[in-house]
Design a protein around this ligand. Structure first.
Ligand code: HPA
Length: 279
């Protein structure tokens, strides 16, 4: 395997337990990532960390350059990604403070650049996305929590909304009818891009509030912050243990989803994107 990458979301703009050795700005054919990549050691293993919203948490979900973030991680040799997300809880088990590893995704976003294959490549590429997350990374996250005695939910459908506003109660009712268990704003196109480029990727989500209409009180940032502060401590512990558990991961289907045709198309996509960039 290559190096483990961690994408931090709201409440996790840095990893306190990561011994940072260097920070590097990576330019990609798709522009600049949310910030420099932090290279360091966690539990004695190499790790690359990236704050999805920037280190000062200044980039809103709809402005994140997901393509540059995923491209940059892949470019520096990351093979397995754990992506942290703060989410709202919809179904009964998804109470505030619950930690979960989702197993499915529904994408309600629109207007976000969501593929490396913009067209113009010599072949049209359709990746298999029936199972959006890497089974190996999911399993290591669950095992890490289990070994630490941290309660974690195995599975759940992550509904991704455009943001930055929160949802209406009717939107949440609709998402629930669709089968959504939790709601967040960043799970897509991050996950499909990881699959397009052959990265093993899985989310680690923390429920930080009841979704719109699920509690009597309005959703406040103060209430979210309180849950986030406590919960991210558990997230850090799980991540650190999972880094160790990931070290024995062999190649899996996520890598082979990118067959030779897709690899060729990726090179072409990069070339096309570079030509489109302003000089
Ligand atoms: N909705 C969307 N995204 C979120 C929420 C929510 O309720 N909580 C945290 N991220």
């Amino acid at each position: 395997m290559g190096v483990v990458g961690i994408i931090g979301g709201s409440g996790l703009t840095q990893l306190k337990n990561l011994e940072i050795q260097q920070r590097r700005i990576i330019r990609t054919p798709f522009g600049e990532p949310s910030g420099p990549l932090s290279f360091g050691r966690l539990n004695g293993f190499d790790v690359v960390f990236l704050a999805r919203h920037g280190y000062g948490h200044t980039i809103p979900p709809h402005r994140v350059n997901y393509r540059a973030n995923i491209w940059a991680l892949h470019h520096v040799g990351v093979s397995h990604v754990m992506a942290v997300a703060a989410v709202g809880g919809i179904t009964a088990p998804m109470q505030s403070g619950v930690l979960l590893v989702p197993d499915q995704l529904i994408d309600y976003t629109h207007g976000r650049p969501s593929t490396f294959f913009e067209g113009g490549e010599s072949q049209v590429i359709h990746i298999d996305y029936s199972e959006p997350y890497c089974p190996l990374v999911r399993q290591r996250l669950l095992l890490a929590a289990q070994q630490l005695g941290i309660v974690i939910q195995d599975g759940g459908t992550y509904a991704v909304t455009p943001g930055p506003r929160l949802e209406t109660a009717a939107e949440i009712r609709r998402i629930e009818r669709d089968g959504g268990d939790v709601v967040g704003m960043t799970g897509s196109p991050e996950a499909p891009l990881a699959r397009e480029i052959g990265l093993c990727y899985a989310p680690l989500a923390l429920v930080v509030n009841p979704a719109a209409g699920k509690a009597a009180e309005p959703i406040t940032m103060a209430a979210i912050d309180a849950v986030m502060h406590e919960g991210m401590g558990r997230v850090r512990e799980v991540l650190a243990r999972a880094v160790t558990l990931l070290q024995d991961c062999g190649p899996c289907d996520c890598g082979t989803a990118v067959g030779p045709e897709a690899l060729h198309a990726l090179h072409q996509a990069a070339h096309i994107a570079k030509q489109r960039q302003p000089v």
